[in-house]
Design a protein around this ligand. Structure first.
Ligand SMILES: [Zn+2]
Length: 389
């Protein structure tokens, strides 16, 4: 009994002695360390272990993939099938800018819920869904999303959480969006994106130093990469879209129509540089068929273009003209690949895994926290096991 008690005490002490700091960098393409000369990440990659190519799920956009990283599920299973989509049963639209704080849109069990249920304490400074109350639960410490918050405040908060003497978090999550935002506005290789990459790299340096001093394990993850946009295509004049609701995700368009067969028949012969799929025909490798939130029809550009459809009176709005975009087929377009780095703790110095997937992040995080992952998820810990000692 005494031995058991001591063992438990030891387990608790050793867990809290080595917290996990997770830095999530939106739009960190697999080659941006070299392309943008991110010195801190380059150094951390040498000190730690890396997945050279993290393949996102389709669509390779932020909310679907952050929730895939959180739950280990494909978007068609966790239900965030896009940044924008329509739900016929709810008769309403999901839009990441307006409805993403409503946890009832999110399915699956995110890692912060699994971890806290197992007795771990989680703190989050942005990560899609962490402030939404998914399944009616929030991390012990969390911040509500506010794009105006500066890096200094995030770095300082990580430091404060690490310094807590009472209820110090076992996992601390912090999110940076600069590289993705500047890439959209100016292009993935633009000077402004180089500057954003430098700024993020400098903040990672400060967090890495604090993590190292605290004896924490550091995990750097990203949701997708980015391509330079070659053009915008408005398909509205090509068919009669009356009776349709469009969700223009940028770069893809979902259509929810009263008569999808008619619209399909009108559009199919006009395919040029883009493809239209009925839901059941969406290529199997995209794992993107089995959810009624996916449009009856899906339009996907062949190359890094942005397509849109604006049916009269459906309330959809034009996609802004962007110079960088992601969301493309992650198998056909390898610029969608992100990367992952782990330093300290169980990570093996110099280990390199060539390829894993965003759905594998949840089982990896839970493993690092000593918590069993939910069963039946799409993520596979075996794909990232090579990172560890
Ligand atoms: Zn983006």
């Amino acid at each position: 009994m005494l031995r058991f008690g001591l063992a438990c005490l030891f387990a608790v002490v050793s867990l809290s002695a080595q917290p996990l700091v997770i830095v999530a960098i939106d739009g960190l393409r697999h080659d941006f360390i070299e392309v943008h000369k991110m010195q801190t990440l380059a150094r951390l990659r040498v000190q730690g272990a890396t997945v050279a190519h993290m393949q996102p799920s389709f669509p390779s956009t932020t909310f679907p993939n952050f929730h895939s990283m959180a739950t280990g599920l494909e978007p068609s299973r966790h239900g965030l099938v896009g940044m924008v989509f329509y739900d016929r049963a709810r008769k309403s639209r999901f839009n990441y800018q307006t409805t993403s704080t409503d946890g009832s849109w999110y399915g699956g069990e995110p890692f912060w819920e699994t971890a806290e249920e197992a007795g771990r304490t989680v703190a989050t400074f942005f990560w899609p869904g962490t402030d939404a109350g998914v399944n009616g639960k929030w991390p012990t410490y969390f911040r509500r999303y506010d794009w105006r918050v500066q890096h200094d405040e995030k770095v300082a908060q990580v430091g404060e959480w690490l310094a807590l003497t009472k209820r110090r978090p076992d996992a601390i999550v912090v999110y940076f969006s600069d590289i993705d935002s500047m890439g959209h506005r100016h292009g993935p290789l633009a000077l402004e994106t180089v500057e954003a990459a430098k700024k993020v790299d400098a903040s990672v340096a400060r967090i890495a130093e604090m993590a190292s001093k605290a004896g924490a394990t550091l995990l750097i993850v990203s949701d997708h990469g980015q391509s330079a946009v070659e053009g915008h295509l408005d398909l509205t004049p090509l068919a009669d879209f009356r009776g349709c609701i469009a969700a223009n995700e940028a770069p893809i368009t979902q259509l929810y129509c009263d008569d999808p067969a008619r619209v399909y028949a009108e559009l199919k012969p006009k395919e040029k540089g883009w493809k239209i799929y009925r839901r059941a025909e969406i290529p199997a490798h995209l794992n993107y068929r089995d959810n009624p939130r996916i449009g009856d029809l899906l339009i996907v550009p062949d190359r890094p273009w942005i397509v849109q459809v604006l049916p009269v009176g459906d309330g959809s709005t034009a996609v802004p003209h962007l110079k960088g975009m992601h969301g493309y087929d992650p198998v056909a377009n390898r610029e969608m690949d992100a990367l992952l780095i782990g330093v300290g703790g169980p990570f093996k110095q110099g280990a390199r895994v060539e390829r894993a997937r965003t759905v594998d992040v949840a089982p990896l995080i839970l493993h690092l926290l000593g918590v069993a992952a939910p069963t039946g998820i799409d993520g596979d810990f075996n794909r990232v096991r090579g990172l560890l000692r």
